[in-house]
Structures are given as structure tokens and as C-alpha cells.
Design a protein around this ligand. Sequence first.
Ligand SMILES: *Cc1c(COP(=O)(O)O)cnc(C)c1O
Length: 422
Amino acid sequence: MAGGQDWNIRGSFESRHCNDPIRSLVDHGKFKPNPDKELIRLNVGDPTFYKNLPPSPVVIQAVTDVLQAGKDNDYKRTPGMAEARVALAKKFSYPVNPVHEDHVIITSGCAQAVQFALTTLCDPGTNILIPKPGYSMYKVNAACRQLEARYYNLLPEKSWQVDIEHMESLIDDKTRCIILVNPSNPCGSVYSKEHLLEIVAVAEKHRLPILADEIYGGVVYGGAEFHPLASLTDRVPILTCSGIGKRYLVPGWRTGWLILHDNHGRLEDVRVCLNNLWARILGSCGPIQAALPRILSEVPDDFFENTNRHLEAASKLVYEKLSTVSCLTPVKPQGAMYMLFGIKVDQLDGIADDLQFAQELMSEESVFILPGYIFKYPNYLRIVLLAPETLISEAMDRIAAFCQRRMKVKQAEKDKRQWVVL
Ligand SMILES: *Cc1c(COP(=O)(O)O)cnc(C)c1O
């Protein structure tokens, strides 16, 4: 180590500003579980973590067959393998918005689709509109490319609908796109057709494209319906970013896509520039691309229904349990793999904010959930609904017990009458 200073070799601006708040929180070492209690992790948005939701045998077989055939070890041409792009174009074509395969780019996960879209649309000094609460990846993308992140409010009392007026008020001549995450991480909200069209109207008025992050497309329950944004309208250009990671429960396969829904050719220059970007990465994983046509067409519906049933049951359990604790305000989700609940800090002894709540819950009850400030939403916390139900149930009992101990006396007395778990 000594002597290293003479060299003065430094990380770049871009790399320095690419720090994921979730990773820095976890790496910080401030989260230590109670050694006497089994750790329950409701913090990771990785559906493979507890092994209770395995991928479909169909996708395993599709990839196995590709590997055994040995034909797809080559570079896949720009901007992805033709058969896979054709399959994606077919699956994501809608009567109002048909897609040609030239408008499909296959990427390393939805994350790279988002990165490509933002790199192509935005120069340093421009701004993008991001939902609040919102997935931290967008903030990271903005920070490392010197874009200004402007946060539009989602309203918890309206099931996290967009505050349309607030969104519109943030737009100026340096705005390059509106980012929409539906179904939402971290909120678990799913937007109605009418609400999506309200957002489209704002984008159309200001001539802005929408980056639609639909990685949780189809992950809905409780009577909610998922409407792909591009299925509703061609009045604005839409860059749909998605992938197989979440819906097919294989995030480590790192395969996603960017689809330009652009009936009127407004994204033609963007399409050309997007294809240039490809020269930097020389393609995404070939064998998974080769398996994509089968993955997209052969997985039976009951596979997806099973995931959605699990999420629905888990969300009910969390909502019902947390609703009985007076200092907590859970918001009912209808999709994705998450939900948020608020904490009334004025009713809790010695808890200043969501971070302290999360840390002390971890050190006393060994339950790990993420504080809302990670999503730009203090005094809320996010619960991941993927763990087995028995663990989620146990975790909710522990959260309730934790709150019960911390609740200021008067409130705790009132609650005792309706509180049964203890
Ligand atoms: C997980 C997630 C992603 C990243 O998806 P990958 O396919 O794993 O890159 C993108 N957007 C949202 C909202 C997510 O939750």
C-alpha cells in the first residue's frame, strides 16, 4: 500500500458516482442481526434467494438444449440474434403499436436496456423525471452521467398514483424523458388504463418519450390488470425496457431487451444511435438469446399464476398483520414483488427515522428490510414478498413485537386490547 500515492491513479468521475445506495447500506456494516434469532431477509429483490420459487423446467430445458447443440457459442450480431428479436417483436406487438424486429435490442438484463436508453436520449446537463418513491438504479444512472434527476411524487393515499400536476411542473426544455415503472418497485402499485393515459397526455403535450420499465409486466394479483404502456397508445414514442429476470425468476441469466414502440418514426435517430452503442459491448449472452424464442412461447400460464398467487398471499399476510399495529401504515400492493409501509415516528420511542427503525429491527429481531430513504422516501420501509409464507409470517410477528416494545405508553395501552400475537 505504502508508496501508492506517488502514482496518482484515480477512478473516473463516472465510476466514482456509480454507487448503489443499497449496496453501500449493506456493506456499511451497520446492520447486525441478533445472534439469538434466525435472520429473515425481506430486503433482497432476488426471487432465487429462498429457493421456494424455482424457474420453470421449460426454460432450463430450452437453455440445456441450446448448450448441448453447441451452435450458439458465437458472437450474436448487432443488436441481438435475429430469431430472438423476431420472437420479442411478435410478443410485444400490439394492434395500436406493431413492432418490427429492427426496433428490438437484446441486452444484459433490463438494467442495461435502461442504461442504453438513457445514454442515447440524454447528454450531461439534461434532466430526467424519476418516480418517488423509486428504484435506486435510476438515480445511479443519472448521477454517473451527470444528468439531473427530477423526482415526481407518487401518492400513497391514491395507491401510489402519479401526482400528475407535480410531474408536469418539473418539465423544462432540458427534460429528455419521463421514466415510468409499472408495476412498481418499491411500491407494488399497478396503474389503470385511465391513469396511464393521463401520464401519456403530459408526455405528448411536452413532446417527450416515455421510458417504460416493465420488468414486472404481468406480475399482478388481487384483480389488478397489467396494461403494457405501448398497448394503449402510439401518441408518444415509448422505449419499453424489460427482461426475463424477474418474471421468469432467473435474474442471474442477465437477459433483457429494449423495444422502441415508435409507430410514427419519431425515434429514428435514437434507433440509429442505439445501434452504435452496441459496439461497446459486442452483444449479450448468446445461448440465452438462442433459447429466448422457446422461453417466451413455451412457459405454461400456471407458472406465472403460481408466482402471482404466492405474492398475493404474502401481501395479504403482511397487510393484515401490519394494519393491526397503530404506528404503522401499510399500503396495499397489487403487483411486482414488494410493498411499502409507513412508520409514525412520533409514536415510537427512540426511533428517529426509517434507517434507525430498520437497524434496530435487525439488531433486536433479525428481520432485514430496507429503509425508504434508499428510494427517496423517508419514514417508509420496503418489504420484499418473495420469502416463504412461514418466514414472512414470523417476520411480521417480530415487527409487531418490536413496535409494541417501542410504542409510546398511551398508544401501546390502546393497542393492547386488539393485539393478540403477544
Ligand atoms: C430488478 C429491476 C431491474 C433490473 O432488471 P435486470 O433484468 O436484472 O437487469 C430494472 N428495473 C426494476 C424496476 C427492477 O426492479
